[in-house]
Design a protein around this ligand. Structure first.
Ligand SMILES: *[C@@H]1O[C@H](CO)[C@@H](O)[C@H](O)[C@H]1NC(C)=O
Ligand SMILES: *[C@@H]1O[C@H](CO)[C@@H](O)[C@H](O)[C@H]1NC(C)=O
Length: 345
């Protein structure tokens, strides 16, 4: 490890300790055009997703009918009692000639698994506050794939253009500094770090809601990190779930391949080429009271005593084939994005 890399890792670790946060890697489970939260029973769903977690992930995951810890035989997450599913859209590069190729994902600094995402469960700074783990069947959505306005991107969702793969200099806490709500405009030497943070308050009753958002809320004042309290409508403090996804854009850094008019070459798999459509989906699936134990014992990092951890190789071995079989532009260039008949913008 180079010195600079060690400093970047140290800064990240300090941030982790201050917040008593669980941070662990999950490798890619599948890339599939299904969405059991927003489009259950629809095969295929409108756009493509990259998914991590338990291998019971399926077109439909009705609470009471499918219990992820019981229905899964493996998880791609390093904590082996975590059969939750976590997913986002995929990122594509559109070359000057109009063809698309999928941007690969790589593991975050300091984590062993390949591709996939880094998952955080954050207790916040208020050490004494009770943080209630999600109940079985809980699910939620943050962000809006159809959003076209910067002001409507929730705080805690953003892009960081990394200068190099060592993430050095370290850019500080997520969505601070030069992080943006829109796709990075430069060719980034270390790809992108995309952050998706969920609200941290719950109504205490509903495991879901028609828009998959109304049962959760942001703190009434301040921020979760600063110990802000939950609003009366949503009084229960839940772990703040956060995803970090490293998109390795380096093979697309040749500006001669970018659109001649200077427009943004990167697109979400929804067709969005602004970045404002950033969103993430969460479906709880921890076994028994494992997540509550992790919160109560202030678990930190990816090797916490209260939880069972599997070898990285076992997490990486947990994969699932596509349900909606189609070419997703990993090797070959595509003329249209999966599920998109034409370019929407
Ligand atoms: C997914 O759902 C289908 C239909 O409900 C079922 O036949 C199949 O076994 C499920 N797959 C997995 C991996 O659970
Ligand atoms: C489009 O451009 C890419 C990048 O330069 C190239 O690799 C690909 O072969 C081209 N596709 C077609 C159909 O010309």
């Amino acid at each position: 490890m180079q010195l600079k890399a060690i400093f970047a890792a140290l800064a990240a670790a300090q941030y982790a300790t201050a917040q008593e946060l669980m941070r662990f890697g999950c490798s890619q489970l599948t890339i599939d055009r299904i969405d059991p939260l927003v489009n259950p029973d629809s095969l295929p769903s409108p756009h493509l997703h990259q998914v991590i977690g338990g291998n019971s992930f399926n077109v439909s995951m009705t609470p009471g009918k499918l219990d992820p810890p019981a229905a899964s035989s493996c998880t791609s997450c390093t904590y082996s009692e975590d059969f939750s599913n976590y997913w986002t859209a995929n990122v594509y590069f559109r070359a000057r000639n109009g063809s698309f190729k999928r941007v690969p994902q790589v593991a975050n600094l300091g984590l062993g698994v390949q591709g996939g995402m880094t998952v955080y469960y954050i207790r916040g700074y208020q050490a004494s506050a009770k943080v209630t783990a999600f109940p079985p069947g809980f699910r939620m959505l943050v962000g809006d794939p159809a959003n076209k306005e910067a002001s409507k991107v929730p705080s805690g969702l953003c892009y960081r253009c990394e200068a190099n793969m060592q993430q050095s200099p370290f850019g500080g806490a997520p969505c601070t500094g030069s992080d943006t709500k829109y796709f990075p405009k430069a060719a980034c030497g270390g790809g992108w770090r995309v952050t998706v943070t969920f609200p941290s308050c719950w109504d205490g009753k509903n495991t879901d809601s028609p828009d998959h958002k109304s049962h959760i809320a942001y703190p009434a004042s301040g921020t979760f990190e600063s110990g802000g309290s939950c609003p009366k409508t949503h009084p229960v403090k839940i772990p703040q779930v956060m995803y970090e996804i490293m998109f390795d854009t380096r093979q697309f850094n040749n500006k001669a391949d970018w659109p001649a008019d200077g427009s943004q070459p990167f697109h979400w798999s929804t067709g969005d080429n602004t970045g404002y459509g950033i969103h993430g989906d969460y479906l709880f699936g921890w076994k028994g009271d494992a997540l509550q134990k992790a919160m109560d014992t202030k678990c930190s990092g990816d090797n916490c005593k209260a939880l069972q951890r599997q070898a990285d190789t076992k997490a990486v071995a947990c994969t699932k084939g596509q349900t909606a079989r189609e070419d997703i532009g990993t090797e070959k260039w595509l003329s249209v994005l999966p599920g998109q008949n034409s370019m929407p913008m």
